[in-house]
Design a protein around this ligand. Structure first.
Ligand code: ADP
Ligand code: MG
Length: 255
């Protein structure tokens, strides 16, 4: 089980995330929702051990992750928001490198990489350098890298950005299947579309603070609106988006 206890993060004097706490049990899919700049990636970096919290702890299986970061990372798959992929490496070379860093045994490594490249339609492109890959292809490579060591916890930071419709459907189904196999998924997004369908639990974030937390049903009932989209707009957006759209069109029409 993964647990966040009172996580806060300051960048200098700016408070990016304040007092976040949750438990993520095996088989649960936790949606972490909020507009851009609300603190999602900062939380993720603390959960993966990349960023030290200003306050609070991340606990995995009863132990602070900092006590044995290597062992914790071995159980973790992480798809970062921004891909710093090596442009001169081919997809295959990159995945081989990640597998080596994760100390995956060779026969399993080769078989898994081959199967995942085929499943994600990247097999024909495996010997092409990643600098020429599309955003969607890079995103799929990152997903393969996160999955190939069969992690118990999968952390996805905006995993659908830049993906084609088919890949989006594949990932939606993949999250559900992983959850059915007892994996925990922490799913960050500023878009609601997928979240309502795949997440068992929700945290809604605004300016670094939790404004709603619970099962997806609880959050919906708490707000008293049937559609999660309604909930999201209701909680997070300060501006009336419908009015805003009209205003934008009026400006265009006036020119
Ligand atoms: N390395 C950093 N240094 C200073 N401020 C940062 C840094 N990273 C993020 N921030 C700020 O912290 C806030 C939360 O950012 P972030 O966690 O990236 O949000 P999100 O992922 O929800 O878009 C934003 O105001 C952002 O500008
Ligand atoms: Mg982010």
């Amino acid at each position: 089980m993964l647990e966040a206890r009172g996580l806060s993060k300051f960048y200098g004097s700016v408070l990016a995330v304040r007092d976040i706490s949750f438990c993520l049990q095996p088989g649960q899919v936790l949606g972490y929702l909020g507009p851009n700049g609300s603190g999602k990636s900062t939380t993720v970096k603390m959960l993966t051990g990349l960023l030290e919290p200003s306050d609070g702890q991340v606990i995995y299986d009863g132990q602070d992750i900092r006590k044995n970061l290597m062992a914790y990372r071995k159980r973790l798959g992480y798809v970062p928001e921004e891909a710093n992929l090596y442009p001169y490496l081919t997809g295959q070379e990159y995945l081989d490198m990640v597998a080596t860093l994760r100390a995956m045994p060779s026969p399993r490594k080769n078989k898994t990489i081959r199967s995942l490249l085929q499943l994600f339609s990247l097999w024909p492109h495996r010997h092409v350098t990643m600098g020429s890959y599309s955003k969607g292809m890079r995103q799929r490579i990152l997903l393969i890298a996160a999955l190939m060591d069969n992690p118990d916890v999968l952390i996805l930071d905006e995993p659908l950005s830049g993906l084609d419709v088919t890949s989006v459907l594949v990932i939606k189904n993949l999250i559900q299947t992983l959850s059915a196999h007892g994996k925990s998924v922490f799913y960050c997004s500023h878009i609601l579309e997928v979240v309502e369908k795949v997440c068992s639990h929700l945290i809604i974030l605004r300016k670094g603070q939790v404004i709603a937390q619970g099962t997806t049903t609880e959050v919906r009932e708490h707000i008293g609106k049937s559609s999660l989209e309604g909930v999201f707009l209701h909680l997070v957006e300060e501006r009336d988006v419908v009015q805003m759209a009209h205003d934008i069109v009026s400006v265009l029409a006036a020119v």
